[in-house]
Design a protein. Structure first.
Length: 319
């Protein structure tokens, strides 16, 4: 286990770079300082932690070989994809930043099986466009289209408002361990209790146990209706009561219930907020369904009922 920053001499640094270039080519391995800086936590106020090398593999085999070089030379490795989470990329111990965004293949979209097999470089926007063509959707929340779908499922999708994220939607994965061993747990079944659930070891590990190179994602049919509202509440008891009430009255179509505190709402609502800024709690509510006219009526009726029960202080429904 590496516990201190990597300090190679110049000859060793050149040997390592040459070995990395032999694996991925000179165009995808570099020690150029101007490129290294962009992988040094540059977006944060913390002291920068610049790597010694940046490598962009395209295949699982290349990842294996890069990790083998790192192991032989005791070089720290920091895997990264789109780097959208704070502090972006932060290689505290230096060494190699393994940028996986060049691994951008969608291997398979299976409408009948209800899954997609993708690599880390596949963006949410690209995946969504391909799924639209087949009448399917992924369950990511409101994330930018240019970021890695796979890595945001693995790291932050538990906060997605449309499902429990990786608790529901990652069916299987492939990972490369530090010694180059490929661990494969590529289950495509929605329910599987055969043997150890190895994927749970890697979900949320953020590269500390291995480099995840492929993932099986669960898919769902595309929705035909989407109804959204912003709701204000005067107490936290109203918020919890509203959630319980809508969960029943919307009959399983409730897909978003995002709580916003007053300070945050005031910050993001701007000068023309849909509701006043004087309430302590706000909730973004969304329902997805399959019958546009009936779903809209049920959505408005559910909010009306909640208001009559004293669970809503004010509300604005999107047209």
């Amino acid at each position: 286990m590496i516990t201190r920053r990597f300090h190679p001499d110049k000859p060793k640094q050149k040997r390592i770079l040459r070995a990395l270039c032999d694996i991925v080519g000179t165009e995808r391995a570099t020690d150029n300082p101007s490129i290294l800086y962009s992988y040094s936590g540059a977006a944060m106020l913390f002291p920068k932690a610049q790597p010694h090398f940046v490598v962009r593999p395209k295949t699982t085999e290349e990842v294996q070989k890069v990790l083998a070089v790192a192991r032989r030379n005791q070089v720290p490795v920091t895997p990264v994809a789109s780097g959208s989470q704070e502090p972006s990329t932060y290689p505290w111990f230096g060494g190699i930043v393994l940028d996986t965004m060049a691994m951008d293949r969608i291997h398979r979209i299976d409408p009948e099986g209800g899954y997609a097999l993708i690599e880390p470089g596949v963006t949410i926007g690209r995946l969504s466009r391909e799924l639209d063509k087949k009448g399917l959707r992924c369950t990511m929340g409101s994330f930018p289209p240019g970021i890695s779908a796979l890595c945001n499922y693995l790291m932050t999708a538990v906060n997605s408002h449309r499902t429990q994220g990786h608790l529901d939607d990652i069916l299987g994965l492939e990972a490369v361990l530090a010694d180059g061993t490929v661990l494969t747990s590529m289950n495509a079944m929605l329910k599987n209790n055969a043997g150890y659930d190895l994927k749970q070891l890697f979900i949320g590990s953020e590269g500390t146990l291995g480099v995840i190179t492929r993932v099986m994602l669960r898919l769902r049919p595309a929705s035909r209706s989407q109804d959204t509202a912003i709701v204000a509440c005067e107490s936290f008891a109203q918020v919890t009561g509203l959630l319980a009430n809508l969960d029943v009255s919307l009959a399983g179509t409730l897909t978003a219930f995002e709580l916003l505190w007053r300070d945050f709402y005031a910050l993001v609502a701007g000068d023309a907020p849909p509701l006043g800024k004087n309430f302590p709690y706000y909730v973004l509510v969304e329902a997805l369904g399959g019958a546009p006219e009936g779903d809209r009526q049920r959505f408005v009726a559910a909010l009306t009922e909640a208001s009559e029960r004293g669970l809503i202080a004010d509300a604005a429904v999107c047209k």
